[in-house]
Design a protein around this ligand. Structure first.
Ligand code: ADP
Ligand code: MG
Length: 322
């Protein structure tokens, strides 16, 4: 099996096309276009075996998540996904693994109507680097820097279940097989919130996706916007499964500091709250108000009794101990 055959057999036949893609896989480079009045939004993310997922993770999940983390960045900007490229480093030619990998990858690509237009395939330690492009009306992107004093702070879906799944990895936690399956699904096959992100254009003042933990990612918004905030811990959207095991894993901290949630955190003026909650309901993706943006810098927390407490969950940082 040559590199050419791998590309032909596994990547060139995704069965998806878009008007924006003039030339896809097969030439020296791809050709795309952006319609007048639109802007292109570009992101890239790498998943490496042993760092971002254990080597024995299901290949479908690796394919899915490699794309999902990029889609999530586009969602946080409010962009419609259009195309992606993929640089793949494979340790060996494994037919079964590749089939399962592309089935997870292309199932998610089809769901979001995003087209694979090129990439590179090399032999080496397992690593997947995807670059994705989206589009939106010029000037309408949701940035981290737009939060205003008095904005309500929202989170989509539930947070903390990926952290719970990770905490279960060593088998020390007392959790039912059924609950474990559910939280593993959240960790391995995250949903990207692209429809929600696009609907938030013109309603939200700032947005970010939660990859490093709510505390760290909300802090990025606050620093970029020159603002602070107080979060009401009682309002955090925690799943029934998370709450069942919260005590065993040390309370709310994991939901704030672990990450891998791939939910959206965003801020919007109070007058848009009802509209946004309705949008969440229509998309079957609940959104929850968890706090408010304030003038005074810093991130503060109110506990279940309404008292101010301090929490030092810093979020994930690859180079924190270097
Ligand atoms: P070159 O030597 O010009 O870089 P390649 O043999 O690497 O060409 O790639 C041939 C074609 O296959 C190109 O269109 C490239 O974008 C595409 N391609 C290679 N690897 C991948 C991949 N992992 N996913 C998608 N397309 C790929
Ligand atoms: Mg190449």
């Amino acid at each position: 099996m040559s590199e050419f055959d791998i590309i032909q057999n596994y990547f060139a036949n995704q069965g998806l096309n878009r008007d924006e893609v003039i030339l896809g896989i097969g030439d020296d480079a791809a050709i795309t276009k952006v319609a007048t009045g639109l802007e292109q939004v570009i992101t890239t993310d790498t998943l490496t075996s042993g760092v971002h997922f254990p080597i024995d993770t299901a290949p479908e999940a690796i394919g899915h998540k490699s794309l999902a983390v990029n889609l999530s960045d586009l969602a946080a900007m409010g962009a419609e996904p259009v195309w992606f490229t993929m640089n793949l480093s494979l340790p060996e030619y494994d037919k079964d693994w590749l089939n399962r990998f592309v089935s997870g990858l292309f199932a998610l690509a089809a769901k979001h109507n995003i087209c694979l237009i090129g990439g590179d395939t090399v032999k080496g330690p397992l690593s997947i680097s995807i670059q994705a492009a989206g589009q939106l009306p010029a000037g309408s992107a949701l940035r981290r820097s737009g939060a205003k004093t008095g904005d309500k702070i929202f989170v989509s879906g539930f947070i903390g279940d990926a952290a719970l799944a990770f905490a279960c990895r060593d088998g020390q936690l007392d959790i039912s097989q059924q609950d474990l399956l559910k939280v593993n699904q959240v960790l391995n096959m995250p949903e990207a919130r692209n429809l929600l992100g696009q609907k938030l254009r013109g309603l939200a003042n700032s947005a970010i996706d939660i990859s490093d933990g709510l505390s760290a990612d909300l802090t990025h918004i606050l620093v970029a916007s020159g603002r602070g905030a107080t979060i009401d811990l009682q309002k955090l959207p925690l799943s029934e499964i998370f709450l069942k095991h919260a005590e065993q894993i040390g309370g709310h901290g994991l939901a704030l500091g672990f990450g891998d949630d791939y939910e959206l955190c965003f801020t919007a003026p109070e007058k848009n709250v009802n509209k946004i909650i309705k949008i969440g309901q229509d998309l079957d993706c609940p959104v929850t108000v968890i706090g408010e943006v304030e003038k005074e810098p810093g991130l503060r927390f109110k506990d279940v009794y309404g008292l101010n407490i301090s929490i030092t969950e810093k979020g994930y940082d690859h180079f924190a101990n270097v």
